[in-house]
Write a protein that binds this ligand. Structure first.
Ligand code: PHE
Length: 335
C-alpha cells in the first residue's frame, strides 16, 4: 500500500501542475479527494487491516490527503494571482463610439469653405457688454430692435450675447480693414422654448470689408458656401430684411432642398427656405469701430448653425441638440 500511496502522490502532483483553469482544478479536486477517489477506496480497505497496520496506513493516508489539499490550495492561489496579473487596466473600456455633435460638424463644414476663401476664424466671449452686442451695431439704448433680442442680463452688468455679430466689432477693432472673418459660436435669447426655439443656439457670423465690395460679392460667397454645405447646386434669392447694422439688409433664401423648389410642407409650399440674414455693413458700424466708410465698405451675414444642423440631419425638434441625451444624438453618428 505504501507504494500505491507514493504513486498516487506523484500522479496527483503532475495532474495538479498541468491544470490551467480554475474550473478544471475544482474537477480535479473532487477526482482526487472525493467519494469515488482512489484515496477513499484505500480508506475503506483500512477496516480489513490489523490494528497496527490501520494506525500506520491510516496516518499515511491522512498525510497524503493533507499534501494533496495543500498542493491544490497552492495551485488555486497561483491561478488567482495569474488572473490578477493578466488584468491590464490600460486597456480601453468599451463605451461604444463617440461622435461629433451635429452642430460641430455643421460649423466645421462652413468654416472649412470660408477658410478656403481667405476668411480668418475668430472666437469671442459669450458674456458681452451691451456695447458690443447692441450699441456698436447701431442699436442704441431704447431702440425697438432690442425687443426682438431680449436676453439674460447678468448681475455683473454684462449680458449673454444674442448673436455672433458682436464679433464683427471685435474683428474690426482688432484687425481693422481690409478683413474677412467668420465667427462661429453659442448665442442666447429669452425665448419661449418649443420645437423650433431654444434659449441657447449656435450661429456663424461672416464679414468682409474691403474697397468696392458689392452685393454681387455677397451673393457669390453665400452661394458658394451653400453649394459646398449641401453638396449640390442651390439657388438663392434675396428679400429685403431689417437689421440696424446693415443697409441694405436682406433675408437670403435658398431653394428648398427637400422638394427642389417645387413646394412642400417644409418650405410651406413656397419652394424657398429662409436661411441667412445678411446685408451691406452700415456706415455707422464701420465708423464706430474706427474704419472710414468713405474708403471701405463690406457685407456681413449671420447663419443659424443650429438651424443648418437640423436641416441637414432632418431633426425636427431643436431641444434634442442641447439636451445631452446621447441616445438621441447617437442617431446622428456622422463621422
Ligand atoms: N445678427 C443677426 C441676427 O442674429 C443676423 C445678421 C447678421 C443680420 C449679419 C445681418 C448681418 O438676427
Amino acid at each position: 500500500m505504501k507504494e500505491e500511496l507514493l504513486e498516487l502522490l506523484k500522479s496527483a502532483r503532475i495532474e495538479i501542475e498541468g491544470v490551467i483553469k480554475e474550473a478544471d482544478l475544482l474537477n480535479l479536486k473532487s477526482k482526487l479527494l472525493g467519494k469515488n477517489s482512489k484515496l477513499s477506496e484505500l480508506m475503506t480497505e483500512l477496516k480489513n487491516m490489523s490494528l497496527e497496520d490501520k494506525r500506520a496506513f491510516g496516518k499515511m493516508i491522512n498525510d497524503l490527503k493533507y499534501d494533496i489539499e495543500q498542493m491544490i490550495q497552492a495551485k488555486f492561489n497561483k491561478l488567482n494571482a495569474k488572473d490578477f496579473l493578466e488584468f491590464d487596466n490600460t486597456l480601453p473600456v468599451e463605451l461604444g463610439n463617440g461622435s461629433l455633435h451635429p452642430v460641430t460638424i455643421a460649423s466645421k463644414e462652413v468654416t472649412d469653405i470660408l477658410k478656403q476663401m481667405g476668411f480668418i476664424i475668430l472666437d469671442g466671449p459669450e458674456m458681452e457688454s451691451e456695447y458690443y452686442n447692441f450699441e456698436a451695431l447701431n442699436i442704441p439704448k431704447n431702440h425697438p430692435a432690442r425687443d426682438m433680442q431680449d436676453t439674460f442680463y447678468l448681475d455683473n452688468g454684462l449680458i449673454l450675447r444674442t448673436h455672433t455679430s458682436t464679433n464683427q466689432v471685435h474683428g474690426m477693432e482688432k484687425y481693422g480693414a481690409p478683413i474677412r472673418l467668420c465667427a462661429p459660436g453659442r448665442c442666447f435669447r429669452n425665448e419661449n422654448i418649443d420645437h423650433s426655439h431654444d434659449n441657447t443656439f449656435f450661429q456663424i457670423e461672416g464679414m468682409v470689408i474691403d474697397k468696392d465690395v458689392s452685393i454681387g460679392n455677397l451673393i457669390y460667397v453665400m452661394k458658394e458656401l451653400l453649394n459646398h454645405v449641401f453638396k449640390k447646386e442651390v439657388d438663392v434669392r434675396l428679400r429685403p430684411g431689417f437689421f440696424p447694422f446693415v443697409e441694405p439688409g436682406f433675408e437670403l433664401d435658398c431653394s428648398c432642398l427637400i422638394c427642389n423648389g417645387k413646394g412642400c410642407p417644409t418650405c410651406k409650399n413656397t419652394g424657398w427656405i429662409e436661411l441667412c440674414p445678411c446685408g451691406m455693413i452700415h456706415p455707422n458700424v464701420l465708423k464706430m469701430s474706427g474704419i472710414n466708410p468713405d474708403e471701405y465698405n463690406g457685407f456681413a451675414f449671420g447663419m443659424g448653425l443650429t438651424r443648418l444642423a437640423m436641416m441637414k440631419n432632418k431633426i425636427n425638434d431643436i431641444r434634442v441638440l442641447n439636451s445631452g441625451d446621447l441616445r438621441k444624438l447617437e442617431r446622428f453618428n456622422i463621422k
